[in-house]
Ligand binder design. Structure first.
Ligand code: C2E
Ligand code: MG
Ligand code: MG
Length: 767
């Protein structure tokens, strides 16, 4: 017998090795083996041995028993006797499982035992559900054949261990994993809360859970989920104010710490709410605040029971686990909502952005179509916003945009929309309007007036104005795209007539817009057909009389109109972005031509290339310059790039960074049209430029105009102080040359030397 037992244990140990129960089982087996060897060592008699063995078996908390072939108990240890509701071992002897368990369970046990008897094969580590007591019990059972001395099977020996706790913990773990998966899948919060509560309730029979959420005002609790609480009770609780004496949940949310009430009928915290709960029969209510990661209260998790009492350690643990999971889910939802908001709103003003506008505008038009009402759409641009940004700084600029946004919002209804589309540009969408243009303009004029009211910014009082281009659906377009294009034309017109006004789209604008589109298409085709040429205008040193450089100037060889000047090309090209491919062509052509002249044996000169702001802002602009040089095999020092002051001032620090990169490349930099922009003199020091080009407007009235003479003289001495070279543009007369020479400026460009000429003519001139 001893041998047998020992053997079966060792075997079961190997079968289910790895978990805690097995470890414990092994330890128990070990102890038993030691005990037995000790007993044997003292050479006791048979009776003693029998007694000791029985004592030991009865002390083991696992169920140990033997049954005959008919399933009748032969022996059972004390644990088995007690578990099955008996007091003494002899009471169970002779009984079968059918006398003890439900027929279903008994049949299940009997079947397993019959298999062991029939096959003679033991079974190890089988998990069985045993519903003998009120609560469900899980057993891990091993059954081996019981044999007589002749080796014939005469029954079975069974060992079972209660693994209910482990099973529960396992189920909880699986439940938690599933809940985390639900969070990861962004399951709607209510659905998640349901699952969470059902998991807890499955664990704690007779207890029901509830989740309440703190309202946005932080003062009330709203129903989150409580699938097992009475519907009417949930309705009564929804919206309760939190406070120092507001039941379990209201108080827990107020204090930010758990509140356990053993009996709601007598606890002072429930005094004011006792009539709400009494009809439902709940007696105890234990609530814990749901906290965010930063410790903010988001809501409460509570358990209700119909019995008076405090939570057990296990229950408390479950409550805090549930509150923790609920917190994660709520925070995750909130951050998803934040991301969603950010994708559809402008961070600075909180206004909807273009994405949201595009989503809404179509349905607004559909609604208007159905109802016969009008929709008005206005482009709004603040006048001189850049100036405010540049003079008062970005912080003041941001503040101004926020103020303006607020003022606009105050003028419109909830169904309207104010959109920030970028910088200082907004779109106003007014819906549900009567078909009356007077109403439209008066509502928009109200907005203009509101924006124009004096405001305080960086300690100064100032006023801003704005320009608006307005269109109405259905008069000015059918689709959002059409309407936006028309509003853009109207806005353009508003700027054209001097800003600070509102222009409603009209037929003339439509014609203009069409014409512009046509010109754009023409220009686009010119790029594709390669209809551009470069002319070159020499730059000469007065002391040596030598031409040391040439400015490349763009011309369009129009098939019908002949040579078109850059004044007609550049603005449109800049507005439409065509300047980028055009500029690339110019740069490349200038490099190619300069290299060709050098290879033709002409004295090497610098060719300067005009650069527009739009090109300069291109992210890979510097590498494009490097490519043009490399492709044409031209040394960088033979190219000079002409930048304008306004180009640099758009974003001084970015411009300086790009200028430094270009300097490293080895190309020269010049500031074109110097004196016409408002570059700050202090910034000028930090520009890595080689040369200033005095604008033609200062030269043309020399020597007659004293102011121009003074300005020109000042620019020349400024350049000398900063050790920057200086050249005068648009020099036409001998008198101008004399003045410049006397003032210390010896480099000139202008008709005095030569008009811009074709490459062939320039080569002749250079030779
Ligand atoms: P800019 O860079 O200041 O070029 C000088 C302009 O003054 C040229 O006009 C030139 O023909 C004109 N000019 C030169 N000397 C005299 C003179 O003595 N008297 C008078 N009245 N005018 C003179 P153009 O060629 O019509 O170019 C106008 C502007 O177009 C240029 O001004 C430049 O800003 C722009 N531009 C020309 N080519 C390009 C180009 O390839 N890319 C870019 N982005 N802009 C260009
Ligand atoms: Mg130029
Ligand atoms: Mg110029």
């Amino acid at each position: 017998m001893t041998k047998n037992l020992d053997y079966s244990w060792r075997d079961s140990r190997t079968k289910v090795a790895g978990n805690d129960d097995t470890q414990r089982l092994m330890a128990a087996g070990q102890r038993l083996a030691t005990e037995v060897s000790r007993m044997l060592a003292s050479e006791p008699d048979i009776a003693d041995r029998h007694y000791w063995l029985e004592t030991m078996v009865n002390h083991i908390p696992d169920y140990i028993y033997a049954k005959d072939l008919e399933g009748r108990f032969l022996v059972a240890n004390q644990a088995t006797v007690t578990e099955n509701g008996f007091r003494e071992a002899h009471e169970i002897v002779g009984k079968t499982d059918f006398d003890i368990h439900t027929p279903e369970n008994a049949r299940h046990f009997a079947e397993a035992e019959r298999r062991v008897i029939e096959t003679g094969e033991p079974m190890f580590g089988i998990e069985e559900l045993n519903a003998v007591s009120k609560e469900e019990r899980w057993l891990m059972t091993s059954k081996v054949p019981l044999r007589n001395k002749q080796g014939a099977t005469i029954g079975i020996v069974g060992v079972s261990r209660d693994i209910t706790d482990r099973k529960k913990a396992e189920r909880l773990l699986i439940g938690q994993a599933r809940l985390l998966e639900l969070i990861a899948k962004s399951t709607p919060l209510t659905e998640f809360f349901h699952e969470l509560i059902l998991l807890i309730e499955g664990h704690l029979p007779g207890i029901v859970g509830s989740i309440l959420l703190l309202s946005p005002d932080g003062q009330h609790l709203l129903t989150g989920a409580a699938p097992s609480l009475a519907e009417a009770y949930n309705a009564a609780v929804h919206g309760i104010a939190i406070g120092p004496k507001a039941g379990s949940c209201g108080t827990a949310a107020w204090r930010g710490e758990p509140v356990v009430v053993a009996d709601v009928l007598s606890d002072p915290l429930w005094e004011d709410a006792v009539d709400i709960i009494r009809p439902f029969g709940y007696r105890s209510c234990w609530s814990t605040p749901i906290h965010s990661y930063q410790g903010k209260v988001l809501g409460t998790f509570a358990l209700y029971s119909r019995e008076v009492g405090l939570p057990s350690a296990e229950q408390s643990e479950l409550i805090s686990m549930a509150a923790h999971l609920a917190g994660i889910a709520i925070e995750r939802r909130q951050s998803e909502e934040r991301i969603q908001f950010m994708a559809h709103h402008d961070a600075l003003t909180g206004l909807p952005n273009r994405v949201l506008f595009d989503e809404r505008v179509t349905s607004a038009l559909q609604q208007a179509r159905a109802s016969g009402q009008w929709v008005a759409l206005a482009f709004l641009d603040l006048d001189n916003f850049k100036l405010i940004n540049d003079t008062l700084g970005h912080h003041a600029g941001d503040e101004l945009l926020r103020l303006v946004a607020g003022r606009m919002l105050a003028c419109v209804r909830n169904s309207d929309m104010i959109v920030r589309v970028g910088g200082d540009e907004f779109i106003i969408l007014l819906t549900g309007l009567p078909p009356d243009s007077g109403v439209v303009t008066s509502r928009l004029e109200d907005i203009r007036t509101a924006i124009g009211a004096p405001l305080a910014l960086s300690g100064r009082s100032l006023q801003v104005s704005c320009s608006m281009g307005v269109v109405c659906y259905p008069d000015h377009g059918q689709t959002a795209t059409e309407l936006l294009a028309s509003a853009d034309s109207a806005m353009y017109r508003a700027k054209e007539v001097g800003r600070n006004n509102l222009q409603v789209f009209d037929a003339k604008m439509a014609a203009k817009a069409r014409e512009k589109l046509q010109r754009y298409e023409e220009l686009r085709d010119a790029v594709a057909r390669g209809e551009f040429v470069l002319h070159y205008q020499p730059q000469m040193n007065l002391k040596t009389g030598r031409v040391f450089a040439a400015e490349s100037l763009l011309r369009w060889q129009h098939p019908e109109r002949g040579l078109v000047s850059p004044a007609e090309i550049i603005p449109l090209a800049e507005e439409t972005g065509l300047i980028v491919p055009i500029g690339d062509w110019v740069l490349n052509e200038a490099c190619r031509q300069n290299k060709a002249w050098q290879e033709a044996g002409l004295p090497p000169i610098v060719v300067s290339v005009n650069v527009s702001a739009r090109q300069f802002r291109e992210r890979n602009w510097v590498s494009r310059v490097a490519e043009a040089l490399a492709e044409n095999g031209l040394e960088a020092c033979y190219i000079e790039l002409e930048l304008t002051e306004s180009l640099i001032m758009q974003d001084v620090s970015a411009a300086i960074a790009t200028m430094h990169e270009l300097q490293v490349l080895g190309v020269h930099l010049a500031i074109d049209d110097f004196g016409t922009g408002y570059s700050s003199l202090s910034a000028l020091k930090s520009f890595p430029v080689r040369r200033l080009k005095i604008d033609r407007s200062f030269i043309q009235d020399i020597p007659g105009d004293d102011d121009d003479k003074a300005i020109t003289g000042a620019i020349i001495s400024l350049a000398q102080k900063l050790q920057i070279e200086v050249i005068a543009e648009g020099v036409e007369t001998q008198a101008q040359v004399d003045f410049l020479r006397a003032s210390g400026c010896h480099d000139v460009q202008g008709y005095f030397v030569s008009r811009p000429v074709t490459p062939t003519a320039f080569a002749a001139l250079l030779a």
